[in-house]
Ligand binder design. Structure first.
Ligand code: MN
Length: 389
């Protein structure tokens, strides 16, 4: 029977980054539970969705295994989906990747494109598969990994909590060895720098706090385009130690030297988990259609800028013209960013564009939600604080 292992050191860091106005990432790091959620949806609904996922996980904080984690994510999915019928939360959703150490194993529950990694003996290995359009294109051979890494729509996900009444959750399991480091992060890290660089940063050593800080700093320097969140735990034999106390992020921890000695181990541990990823293929078409219907882009069409609906992989169709001639952008040297976004964001960007060009609209753009209730000021959602733009 393998030695029971525990998380003996834990660190977390989450930053808005230089580009975004709000941090829609949320995390948990306590009692052996590590989790990251990356919310999406206009009007800060993403923060609400991500927080709902964390609240649900919090309720099973002393979870026994992945099924408990998956159950918590399923309940979060139902709650988020139900809440997303409210006008100001329409289309909200979140990724969620959670892990718990029990016995000598790491149990994971995973939806979306946040990631879990294992760092062992100097090598970093991904334990989760992204539920994203580009990841599926890579898996089906239509895109290389290198193309995926720089693809403008690499942040478009195909599975999320809140998208549908039910959700399929991956539950990979990984055998652990003393000295392993578990990293869970949002795509603000994994999308900003290659896995190699993440591994090298961990190998740089120091306490996990220092590593978390370096990872976030490097992601912000390299890209800075997204919120970035990392939760890192180190496992070791610790049968006599009580589990770490509660508290998010920089809660209590023992700081042990991590990298000073070369550890010898009897075996290399278990095979990498390929696990639940195969189910993705079955899911593909419906999920892509769902994402497609919620993806909006500013693009040029017949010399004019328009808001297009649909994924920019040949699925786009005109949704709303803006009346802004493409030549106006060329003169100003403004490129279109090209990224997909929610309807509300796309409309806001289009309106900004129109205002900045001083153009009189031929007809008004639709508001993000046709429901007049959406236009009324509402109390801020409780989980996100008081501000409204
Ligand atoms: Mn993100």
């Amino acid at each position: 029977m393998p030695e029971p292992l525990r998380i003996v050191e834990l660190a977390a860091r989450s930053e808005t980054g230089p580009t975004r106005e709000h941090n829609e990432d949320r995390y948990l790091a306590a009692d052996g539970l590590l989790a990251v959620a990356d919310g999406m949806g206009g009007a800060r609904a993403g923060e609400v969705a991500a927080q709902m996922a964390m609240d649900s996980l919090e309720s099973v904080r002393r979870a026994a295994d992945a099924e408990d984690l998956a159950g918590a994510l399923r309940r979060a999915n139902e709650d988020i989906h139900a809440a997303s019928s409210e006008p100001d939360k329409s289309g909200m959703g979140t990724t969620a990747t959670a892990g718990v150490v029990r016995g000598s194993s790491l149990y994971l529950a995973h939806v979306g494109d946040s990631r879990a990694y294992l760092w062992r003996d100097g090598a970093l290995e991904a334990l989760t598969e992204d539920h994203s359009v580009v990841a599926e294109l890579v898996r089906s051979g239509q895109l290389t990994k290198a193309e995926a890494a720089t693809h403008p729509h690499r942040n478009v996900i195909t599975r999320a909590l809140g998208a549908a009444p039910s959700v399929e959750i991956d539950t990979p399991e990984q055998g652990l060895l003393a000295g392993d480091i578990i990293l869970i992060c949002s795509d603000g890290l994994s999308g900003a720098i290659p896995d190699k660089q993440i591994g090298a940063t961990i190998a740089g050593g120091g306490g996990l706090d220092a590593i978390a800080e370096r990872l976030v700093a490097i992601a912000n320097e390299s890209s800075g385009a997204d919120n970035v969140t990392v939760v890192i735990g180190r496992v070791d034999d610790a049968p006599a130690e009580p589990p770490l106390g509660g508290g998010a992020g920089s809660g209590e921890r023992r700081s042990l030297p991590v990298f000073e000695e070369a550890r010898t181990r009897s075996r290399r541990g278990l095979k990498p988990l390929v696990a639940a990823a195969l189910t993705l293929l079955a899911l593909g078409i419906g999920a892509v259609a769902w994402v497609d219907s919620r993806s909006f882009t500013l693009r040029e069409s017949s010399g004019e800028i328009e808001v297009a609906r649909g994924l920019p992989i040949g699925l786009q169709r005109t949704w709303q013209p803006t009346g802004v001639p493409a030549s106006a952008l060329e003169e100003a040297g403004d490129p279109l960013t090209g990224g997909t976004r929610g309807r509300g964001e796309a409309v806001r960007d289009a309106v900004d564009l129109i205002w900045s060009r001083g153009i009189t609209l031929p007809k008004p753009l639709s508001t993000p939600d046709p429901d007049p209730a959406a236009a009324r000021p509402r109390p801020a959602p409780t989980a996100t604080g008081p501000e409204q733009p």
